[in-house]
Design a protein around this ligand. Structure first.
Ligand SMILES: [Zn+2]
Length: 160
């Protein structure tokens, strides 16, 4: 994806208040992010590990969502990320408040995601998910990326 700056990241959030978008922790190392290898930008708040954020390109626009990580189980459990289909022990149930009135009414959407939101790097083999993490597939990388982005678009659509 193209490199993003802090201003456009803050302006992209669809499921939190403007005040929250202004205050949330945007990564300080944006210039050093591996943008060429990223299909979307995801990060966790280092000061609040249950908070995570995801920003994706949607046509010409950006869509950012605030995610909340369900309390990690005492024992690590293997799971499959619903976006990139990587299986590892660091998969978490993340919930996103829905945008607009639905969200104000308390509705949210949940999905199992790589807890570090580094799906793009697992797909490219730049981050290792451990033995058995990636199924052997005959799909090419662009096909896997496309599938991941289709899954992501579906998740973002549910958030609204
Ligand atoms: Zn993933």
């Amino acid at each position: 994806m193209r490199p993003l700056n802090e201003r456009e990241i803050r302006a992209s959030f669809v499921n939190c208040s403007k005040g929250e978008a202004k205050r949330l922790a945007v990564p300080r190392d944006l210039a050093d992010r591996p943008w060429d290898d990223l299909d979307f930008l995801g990060w966790r708040d280092p000061a609040a590990p249950e908070r995570a954020y995801l920003v994706a390109e949607s046509g010409d626009a950006l869509v950012g969502v605030v995610l909340r990580r369900a309390t990690p189980a005492a024992q690590a459990r293997r799971g499959m990320c619903s976006l990139c289909l990587t299986t590892h022990t660091d998969v978490s149930l993340m919930t996103a408040r829905k945008a607009g009135r639905d969200g104000q009414a308390g509705n949210s959407v949940g999905a199992y995601l790589c807890a570090d939101l580094a799906c793009s790097l697992y797909l490219r083999g730049k981050k290792d998910a451990g033995p058995g993490g990636r199924l052997h597939e005959s799909l090419t990388l662009p096909e896997k990326v496309e599938r991941t982005m289709t899954n992501l678009a579906g998740f973002l659509e549910k958030i609204g």
